[in-house]
Structures are given as C-alpha cells and as structure tokens.
Design a protein around this ligand. Structure first.
Ligand SMILES: *Cc1c(COP(=O)(O)O)cnc(C)c1O
Length: 411
C-alpha cells in the first residue's frame, strides 16, 4: 500500500472503549452528518485514469468497488477493530463466511487444524467436512483439556480454532494456554468471540492472533441482519484475507454493515444489562425444584467459573442453559417432553435458535442446533433431551422468571 491512505477519525489518543464504540469510524463527509452515512453504491468514481490505475494497483488507498472497499463497511471494521484491540478488521457477509475466509486465507492442502469439539455446529461441518475435500485435515479436541490440544498438534498444524464460551453448555477454554501452544508450534490461534463480544472478552489480550465474529449476534444485537468479521493484525488482514475477499467476494453489504455499526454503539450497555439479568436468572433457576442442573459461567457451580471471571471481565455472558427434570424418572422421552413443555408454556420468550437479541430467545438444542448429530454424538457432547437454552434479552427480569415458571410449575 502506498503513502496515500484513507484518513482516520481524529480522537484524543487515550480514549476508552465506550468512546470508541460510538466515535470510531471514518471522518464525516463534506455534508457534516452526525449519524454515519450509509453508502449504498457498488462502485466509486475515480478522479482520472492515472488515479484509477494507482488505486487498482494498491499504490493508493481509496474506495474502488464495494466487493472489497466501502466506506460504511470500513466504518464498521474500524470500530470493531478498536473494540477488539486489533489493528484491523475485515467485514464478511456472515459469521460462517468469516470462518470460510479465515480458512481460505490461512490454509492450503496438506495443512492441519486443531479445533474444539464444542464449537458452533456449522464450523464443525465447514472445517471437518467441506475443507477435508480440499485436503485440509482437522482434529477435534476437548474444549477444556489443554493437554489434548497440545497432543493433537502436528508438524503441519497451521491453525488452532476455539470458541468460548460454547453453545449450549457454556464451556470456557483457557485462551492464554491455547495461545502458548499455538506460538510453540508456529500456528495461528483464532477465537470465535461471538458469545462474549469485545464488551466482555478481548481474545487478543490473551494471545489470540485472530478474532472471529458473527455480527448477527450481539454486535447487531437486535436480530436484524446477518454479518461477520475477522479482526487481527494489519499484516494478516491485508496480506492473507483482503486478496481472498477481492477474488472470492464473501462481502458484507453496506446496509448490514451500517446496522452493525449502529449496534456497536450500544453493545457494552446491552451486554452489561443482559449479562446481569442472565446471572440473576441462572441463580434463580438453580433454586427451582424442577431444574436438575444449570450451565452458566457466572455461577460458582460452573467448572470453569474462576477462569471465566478472569477472561470475561467478571461476567458470565447472557446465555444460560438448564436441564429440566425427567431423565431419571422417564428417560430421554420424558426429559424431552418436559423440556418442550417449559418452552411451549412461555408467552414472552421467542422460540428460535438465534441469540444475541434484545428479545429473549428459548430453544431446545438437542432437536434444533444439535439436531443433525446422532443421539450418541449428542450425549458425547453433553447435550441431553432435557436441556433448554435461554439467551437472555432486555425484558424485565421478573417477567422472564414468570415466563419460565409457567412451564416449570405445571410439570
Ligand atoms: C451464529 C454463530 C456463528 C455463525 O454466524 P452466522 O452469522 O449465522 O453465519 C458462528 N459462531 C458462533 C459461535 C455463532 O453463534
């Protein structure tokens, strides 16, 4: 890239995250808009042929064509990079296309990946099945057993991929320990930070090289658009991912980028409020006689509670899972019936597998997000028929308790 750069917003050098979340982006256009503009344009007019040539040759940084450069997308990228504490970011059309771009940018046939067994289901499919077709091999290991990660590394290992906490069991991995393994083996560590968002957890602080996002979740935060991003060093973003974006085009639409950009302004206060409600809901669920077990990193009963508190700014996040009683008395059939009963009795919660919304969502993982697994795989993953997952939104907490009690009380 030449000397001519797209200018930056002028802010005092020491501003904090809450300020960056609202102010980072691009300088205002000559019209002086206060809310960031939505640049719905596929291409950009060049001042003359020579400038066009310099820009296409990457000698001058400027907007060319929205498959790889757009001001609204760049505002979202700069704001998210600031929140994650990385130099750069590249927006993608979805969370999955961020992982697709990650793999296309870093891996070639013969390379090996070590990935947690508990990551998002489509990530397992993409790495384990789709990329296997192109000669990339993936070993799946325990989310929490650091030694298993180390043992799985081979001379061809190029990437370690983790997600924390996981869905729906909220298992927390030790990002710092994984980053040591990555550094020792000359591999990159990528962390899917969807569940915490940078408001609670910044994986690069613990040594991750790259951070993956589904903007669809907390970054938008209101369940409106599909979006994704990779955050990392300028060198990795410019050299590994930009060229792939330019030729493969898993581009983030300016409209979706704009929605996420505005969502980022309220990210921290939403995460704080939703996590506070989630903790209170989890504590309350632990007291309910019809609840067998609660999974939430903010609870002292959670196996990685201490690690989660250190890694996630003292917060458990906003996703709570619990097991409804029934398995002991009537096996998987009764457990499932009871879980369905609790879900179907709600009058406020949305029955949907999405999360990260201001609207609380409720789902039965065993028959939805993890429905494609065999019962054996599901049990190995710890996902039983009695499990219910709640992604806590911004409704009144008493109303949410009452909503869950409708089913729990009538079992
Ligand atoms: C939803 C999700 C994804 C995929 O994101 P999309 O935007 O739906 O493509 C990836 N990882 C995690 C942890 C998710 O929850």
């Amino acid at each position: 890239m030449g000397d001519k750069k797209i200018p930056r917003v002028t802010l005092p050098p020491d501003v904090r995250l809450d300020t960056l979340a609202v102010r980072e982006g691009l300088p205002r256009s000559p019209w002086g808009e206060n809310s960031e503009a939505l640049f719905l344009t596929s291409s950009f007019v060049q001042p003359d042929a020579a400038s066009a040539a310099a820009r296409f040759a990457n000698e001058e940084e400027a907007f060319i064509y929205s498959r790889f450069t757009n001001p609204t997308v760049m505002m979202m990228e700069r704001r998210l990079a600031a929140l994650e504490g990385t130099e750069a970011c590249i927006g993608t059309s979805s969370g999955m296309s961020a992982i697709l771009l990650l793999a296309m940018g870093l891996l070639k046939a013969g390379d090996h990946v070590v990935c947690s067994r508990s990551v998002f289901g489509s990530t397992i499919m993409l790495l384990g099945r789709e990329f296997a077709k192109f000669g990339v091999e993936t070993s799946f290991v325990s989310q929490t057993d650091v030694d298993e990660w180390r043992r799985a590394v081979k001379p061809t290992t190029r990437l370690l991929f983790a997600e924390s906490p996981t869905n729906p069991l909220t298992e927390v991995c030790d990002i710092r320990a994984l980053s040591r393994i990555a550094k020792d083996s000359g591999a990159w560590l990528a962390v899917d930070n969807c569940f915490c968002s940078p408001a609670l957890q910044q994986p690069v602080k613990y040594g991750a090289d790259l951070v993956i996002h589904s903007g669809t979740k907390y970054l938008d935060g209101q369940g409106r658009v599909i979006a994704g991003a990779i955050c990392g060093s300028e060198a990795l973003i410019n050299e590994k991912f930009m060229p792939v974006m330019r030729s493969a085009g898993m581009s983030l639409s300016p409209f979706n980028a704009w929605v996420v950009l505005k969502g980022l302004e309220t990210l921290a206060i939403r995460m704080r409020a939703q996590s506070e409600s989630a903790l209170k809901l989890a504590e309350w669920l632990e007291q309910q006689p019809m609840v067998e077990r609660v999974y939430y990193p903010g609870l002292k009963s959670h196996p990685q509670h201490e690690l989660a508190m250190a890694q996630q700014a003292g917060s458990g996040g906003a996703v709570v899972s619990f097991i409804v009683q029934g398995q002991a008395r009537g096996g998987a059939v009764l457990a499932r019936k009871n879980a369905f009963h609790v879900i179907d009795r709600t009058q406020i919660c949305s029955i949907t597998a999405n999360l990260g919304d201001t609207k609380t969502t409720i789902t039965h993982p065993a028959s939805t997000s993890h429905g494609r697994l065999t019962e054996e795989q599901r049990l190995a993953a710890g996902i039983t028929q009695g499990m219910v997952r709640v992604a806590v939104g911004l409704e009144d907490l008493d109303d949410l308790r009452a909503d869950l009690l409708r089913g729990l009380d009538s079992l």
